[in-house]
Design a binder for this molecule. Structure first.
Ligand SMILES: *Cc1c(COP(=O)(O)O)cnc(C)c1O
Length: 225
């Protein structure tokens, strides 16, 4: 077994244990393997071990890897990074899911670019900023409804849920995960917002306990960046 395959198995075991501890079905939590900065070869190893969803944070890197790995037919690309509006075209051509739509103009630009590319509907999650760190992005909770409606107004987008990237400290992360779950309830629940994208290598158990349906894990699978 390659080390990527081995680490992937360990992460799957963590997800399963955390789901069971939270009284949840382990199949209700999807794993997005975050491959940013890692070579296409590492992605091939994870793919060979059954992983299909991969997360990238940089627009050009996603476009390049999608091209390089075009022979893997059912690979699913998740764009998880912050994006300037003028870069949406690169992502719209390659991604299947985008996790960090955080403004109305970005939602409109994605809608336009996906339609222009003639691609299937892009599943879009809206990122919420639940941290005071200036380096973190996302819609403020008070602006969330406007951004959700902007996504719903685009025929080429499918509103899929909410995402957040909290501060590193466990206490802050746990609080942010709980807040994201209550924002989902406030804005239509799981019927309108099926996915909660939260939790990474260091805090996926906390996120699953708070209701995560997608965890984005890089380091634990591919090693330190
Ligand atoms: C890099 C990144 C991750 C993965 O973080 P790890 O700690 O390596 O698991 C998850 N989400 C986002 C938005 C990221 O940028």
């Amino acid at each position: 077994m390659s080390s990527v395959a081995q680490r992937l198995a360990e992460v799957r075991a963590r997800i399963e244990a955390a789901s069971i501890a939270a009284g949840r079905d382990p199949h209700s939590v999807a794993l997005v393997a975050v491959s940013k900065t890692k070579p296409a070869e590492a992605i091939r190893q994870a793919y060979a071990a059954g992983q299909r969803a991969f997360g990238e944070s940089y627009a050009q890197e996603l476009a390049q890897k999608a091209e390089e790995l075009a022979d893997l037919p059912d690979i699913e690309w998740h764009f998880i990074g912050h994006l300037q509006t003028n870069k949406a075209k690169y992502v719209a051509r390659a991604a299947h899911v985008v996790h960090a739509v955080d403004t109305e103009p970005l939602a409109r630009e994605f809608g336009r670019r996906v339609a222009m590319a003639g691609r299937p509907r892009l599943r879009a999650l809206v990122e919420v900023k639940l941290s005071y760190e200036p380096t973190k992005h996302g819609a403020r909770p008070e602006d969330l409804e406007d951004v959700l409606r902007a996504v719903e107004a685009e025929p080429s987008l499918l509103l899929a849920g909410l995402m957040t990237l909290p501060e590193d400290a466990a206490a802050e992360a746990s609080q942010a995960f709980a807040t994201l779950a209550s924002l989902r309830l406030l804005h239509g629940g799981s019927a309108r917002l099926p996915e909660l994208s939260m939790g990474m290598t260091g805090d996926l158990e906390l996120a699953i306990a708070r209701g995560a349906t997608m965890v984005r894990v890089g380091t634990a699978i591919f090693g330190a960046r």
